[in-house]
Design a protein around this ligand. Structure first.
Ligand SMILES: Cc1ncc(COP(=O)(O)O)c(C=O)c1O
Length: 452
């Protein structure tokens, strides 16, 4: 106890905590921001400085900080039933599953709860493999096709689907059976540079690989409708529709990872709504509770769920359980969060204020901003070194990020993804953001880009 009282929490952190994706060498001189309080779109550090949190924590505090409704729902649940596993049942999980089902298309109604996006992706991959074996007896459909630059999580399966070499290299070899195709990258497109417009060749790449590998070996495709942490690459017009058709043609499942894009971030409740398609499996996390408590969900169609039912073969069931997945308090937080999100129709604010934010960022007309990629409140700024679109070196982009923080705004960066391309600043604030707050983000970015 003596150690605890005689040291600041910052010192205790440096001594004892092991942070993910952070180089601890030199951390004493440059410690991480110690956040102690938050309200609305703002967080406060231990020295009382206020920052506009333009990353909503880690792309997740969609309804903003300080929502008492969520706090009361969790406190109430905590005193009523603090824990029970979903090997049996409890009301908060059933209620939240039904709430989600109501927000989702009629075909997508079956909810499996987990604790994190990584686990939910892992679960989707396992469901897809087992489903393929049940739906196509005699075939060996186990391969999963994903995209370079995408992120799907830190567990071995989700990491195998991830297309970011910097996050994978130290842990290889990963899980066999994962393949990757090029992402849609309008700014540096290798396919359409000589074309008058987008030809969707990047979508057709999925089909090319399915044909080369043999459709009877492929279980599923997995993609984020917008690649988030990898550098904010939105699906071009017609892309998801094309991918859906390819999946249908070859009996391959379409898994959409909406861990970032779900719950209003792109200006629709779910990003697949922009394309008018429906996935076979949908992965949700982050905004499901707006980060107030850990929770994630893997949602499947009834057709997939039904393939796991059998009155003769018990091994047909999905043999996976999770101690904390669907925790009653997390589900209570999720229900209260969804009530706020739908009552305030926050995806509409995301669309409106997001469009304003993207316009204002474009109006900065900085030669250092190669492209502003905005959809709703999910924005990427491609930072370049020259007019040949050379990515600005990471060290300098980190400097920009720091300067923006000095100006009181927290933005993100696509760090540890692909060497040489860590040059995208990311903006994903709470969906409650006001236009004046969007202007404050733009002012901080603009200031950081001015020549010193
Ligand atoms: C698209 C996507 N999928 C999966 C994950 C993994 O989620 P978690 O960090 O909750 O495990 C993330 C995390 O940022 C993500 O952005």
């Amino acid at each position: 106890m003596a150690t605890l009282v005689s040291h600041t929490t910052r010192e205790l952190d440096i001594r004892h905590l092991w942070h993910g994706s952070l180089q601890h060498h030199g951390l004493e001189k440059n410690p991480p921001l110690e956040v102690v309080q938050a309200e609305g779109c703002y967080v406060y550090d231990s020295e009382g400085r206020r920052y506009l949190d333009a990353m909503a924590g880690l792309w997740c505090v969609n309804v903003g900080y300080g929502r008492r409704e969520i706090v009361s729902a969790v406190a109430d649940q905590m005193s009523r039933l603090p824990y029970y596993p979903l090997t049996q049942s409890h009301p908060p999980a059933a209620q939240l599953a039904a709430q989600l089902a109501e927000l989702l298309p009629a075909g997508l109604q079956r909810v499996f709860f987990l604790n994190s996006g990584s686990e939910a992706v892992e679960t989707a991959l396992k469901m897809a493999r087992q489903y393929a074996r049940r739906a196509y007896p005699g075939q060996n459909r186990y391969k999963i096709i994903a995209r370079h630059r995408a992120y799907h999580g830190f567990t071995m399966g989700a990491l195998s689907a991830t297309g970011q070499v910097s996050r994978k290299r130290a842990f290889e070899p990963l899980v066999p059976g994962f393949l990757h195709v090029a992402p849609p990258d309008h700014y540096r497109c290798a396919f359409c540079q000589k074309e008058p417009g987008c030809t969707l060749t990047c979508a057709d790449e999925f089909e090319r690989v399915i044909r080369l590998e043999g459709p009877d070996t492929v279980a599923a495709l997995i993609l984020e409708p917008t690649i988030g942490g990898g550098g904010v690459f939105h699906a071009p017009e017609g892309y998801l529709e094309r991918v859906r058709q390819i999946c249908d043609r070859h009996g391959v499942l379409l898994i959409l990872d909406e861990v970032i894009t779900g719950f209003g971030r792109t200006g629709k409740l779910f990003a697949f709504e922009h394309a008018g398609i429906c996935p076979d499996i949908l992965v949700l996390a982050k905004g499901i509770t707006s980060g107030y408590l850990p929770l994630a969900a893997t949602v499947s169609t009834d057709a997939i769920f039904d393939a796991f039912r059998s009155d003769t073969d018990d091994s047909a069931k999905f043999a996976q359980l999770s101690t904390f997945g669907g925790h009653p308090c997390s589900c209570a937080a999720g229900s209260a969060n969804l009530e706020i999100l739908t009552r305030e129709r926050l995806w509409e604010n995301a669309e409106r204020v997001g469009a304003h934010l993207a316009d204002r960022l474009c109006a900065l007309a900085s030669p250092r901003i190669g492209e502003v990629r905005g959809r709703g409140l999910l924005v990427g700024l491609e930072i370049i070194a020259d007019s040949n679109r050379t990515p600005m070196p990471e060290r300098q982009v980190v400097g920009l990020q720091r300067a923006i923080r000095e100006a009181g705004v927290l933005v993100g960066r696509n760090s540890d993804t692909v060497p040489g391309f860590g040059n995208v600043l990311t903006i994903a604030p709470p969906l409650t953001l006001k236009k004046e707050e969007a202007d404050a983000i733009v002012a901080a970015v603009g200031k950081s880009l001015q020549p010193q």
